[in-house]
Design a protein around this ligand. Structure first.
Ligand SMILES: [Zn+2]
Length: 557
């Protein structure tokens, strides 16, 4: 029975351009996952959007002397263009968190938490500008380091001695906007009572955690063991989802609620849910099918800095909102990708723009290499020399070359109807499908790629062992027998690479005249499906190598 699969992709923050680390970390894994599930007949809803709120956006706006709204529009447009036009990521909806639908749904979550008794009011201290008559986010405050006396240091960490500065420890705090002195003053906020929710979350993690990578599970369990702490859900800021003041009883209303906003950690994850509702409205679909009942699978993709928000807080928010809602199954978190061993950093010039590399090499090459080095269990590094080595030595020499040799040898030939895939090839193909399915289900993309490459290696071995190019001239019968096996592998590869290398898979479809590599054969029926197909293959006159070698001397990076 086919499943309904929700794929939630982390919401990129719109205060800077995305780099290749984002692609390897969560964008590409999510897209492979979506394409795979569609190819096996599951109904997929892949959603995400721009994360629009919070101080990094207002800081960026101040820096560029434009409004936060303009910052959002600018980057949202850039990211949407990148995802749609350049990367061809298969989102069903890509929206933003300042959409009225999202604001309304976030407020609904807030009210449910308040009504359920999971929010309480408490005071914290925050920098306050008496002249501006408003509270200032930490990032707008500078002062003197209490450790080394450096002036104009940030409020949370000294730029000079590197020591962390606790909230309120900064000496002579000043606004870095106006230069005027600021006070450290009490302010009321709502807090999520995580300790109260912890038992329910623990129960969830006990079961769901089995689907996660070990390190993800361990880190989550570590947080639970230490005990969840209450967490502020509102802050003194004017750029964010407003507190639904009209819907809160007087005795539960905090002071100056109108000048406070809901924290971005609380609202961004709600985007997975609000986007599902918006998708249903736009497409006349049923969002309920993806959130209630049996036969559902929910995947979430993100970088490691987002872990607890998805393994602990988001499930907790969902439970309180409606206990019938489906909770995250697979939380797929990657470590970081570095560039030649260094962390990506705009200021230090360690950058690699996605557009640049995709325009130069094409999507498939980039998808292949990033999957091969995907930081699934530890940080990994994008290394130029390694890219050449792996593309030329593996993608071209192993996979591309096998396909090209086979189809070139077969061009203009026809197989007899009686030819069938033999036992050895059957088991090689079945094995590749079985492993690929398992690895794709559990988001182990490096292993999935390995199992595809194992199959092409098997094909290459057959070509060499039987010297097929000689057989073609000397022994028609044996040539056809071996060619049957090779074509069987070619067709299997056409399916298997579809989620990972959609463009290559589609070219292969053109070269063979076969349609539909994006719909995999039924599980266990691979050979029955492929056997008749190989006899329909007519190699196109336009046949070219599926992938071509990179020439290092052409490198402009
Ligand atoms: Zn210092």
């Amino acid at each position: 029975m086919h499943k309904k699969v929700l794929i939630g992709v982390a919401w990129p923050y719109v205060n800077g351009e995305l780099h290749i680390g984002h692609l390897a970390g969560y964008l590409l894994p999510a897209d492979i996952c979506a394409r795979y599930h569609r190819s096996i007949g599951n109904q997929v809803l892949m959603v995400s959007g721009s994360d629009c709120f919070g101080t990094p956006i207002t800081l960026e706006a101040d820096k560029r002397k434009i409004t936060p709204d303009e910052v959002v529009k600018d980057y949202h447009q850039k990211d949407t263009h990148l995802f749609r036009e350049i990367l061809d990521l298969s989102y069903d909806l890509y929206t933003l968190t300042n959409h009225p639908n999202h604001i309304k749904v976030t407020q609904d979550f807030f009210i449910k938490m308040l009504e359920g008794g999971y929010l309480f009011i408490d005071k914290t201290k925050q920098y306050y500008s008496p002249t501006q008559n408003r509270f200032l986010p930490d990032r707008y405050v500078v002062g003197e380091c209490p450790f080394c006396g450096t002036e104009d240091t940030r409020s949370d960490q000294c730029d000079s001695c590197g020591k962390l500065i606790s909230h309120g420890e900064l000496l002579h705090p000043r606004s870095n906007l106006t230069g005027e002195d600021v006070e450290f003053k009490d302010t009321e906020h709502y807090f999520v009572d995580w300790p109260k929710l912890q038992p329910r979350i623990e129960k969830y993690v006990e079961t769901a955690g089995r689907n996660w990578k070990d390190w993800v599970n361990n880190e989550t369990l570590g947080w639970l063991k230490e005990g969840l702490k209450p967490r502020a859900i509102t802050r003194d800021l004017d750029w964010g989802v407003p507190i639904p003041v009209d819907r809160i009883p007087q005795d539960l209303l905090i002071e100056n609620a109108n000048s406070k906003r809901i924290y971005v950690w609380f609202d961004a994850v709600i985007g997975y849910f609000s986007a599902s509702l918006l998708w249903a409205t736009i497409n006349e679909g049923k969002w309920e099918d993806f959130w209630f009942g049996e036969n559902l699978k929910h995947y979430y993709f993100m970088g490691k800095d987002n872990l607890v928000f998805h393994t602990l807080f988001w499930p907790g928010q969902l439970m309180v909102y409606n206990s019938e809602l489906h909770l995250p199954d697979v939380v797929s978190i990657n470590m970081f990708l570095n560039l030649d061993g260094k962390q990506f950093s705009k200021s230090r010039g360690v950058v690699l723009k996605i557009e640049d590399i995709v325009e130069k090499y094409g999507n498939d090459l980039v998808r292949f290499y990033l999957t091969l080095i995907m930081p699934e269990t530890r940080d990994s590094s994008f290394v130029w020399s390694d890219l050449y080595e792996k593309v030329n030595g593996v993608l071209v020499a192993n996979l591309g070359n096998f396909i090209h040799r086979t189809l070139s040898l077969y061009k203009g030939q026809k197989l007899a109807k009686t030819n069938e895939i033999n036992e050895v090839t059957t088991s090689a193909i079945r094995n590749a499908f079985r492993k690929s399915r398992d690895f794709l289900e559990s988001c182990q993309y490096r292993n999935y790629l390995d199992s595809v490459l194992e199959l092409t290696a098997y094909g290459n071995l057959l070509v060499d062992k039987h010297k097929v190019w000689e057989l073609k001239k000397t022994n028609t019968e044996e040539f056809e027998e071996v060619m049957t096996q090779l074509l069987g592998v070619v067709v299997a590869i056409g399916y298997l690479i579809n989620p990972l290398l959609p463009e290559g898979s589609s070219r292969l479809s053109n070269y063979t005249g076969l349609r539909g590599f994006d719909k995999w054969p039924e599980d266990g029926k691979e050979i029955e499906t492929i056997n008749p197909l190989i006899k329909e293959i007519i190699v196109s006159d336009g046949l070219k190598p599926l992938f071509t070698k990179l020439d290092k001397t052409q490198d402009t990076f």
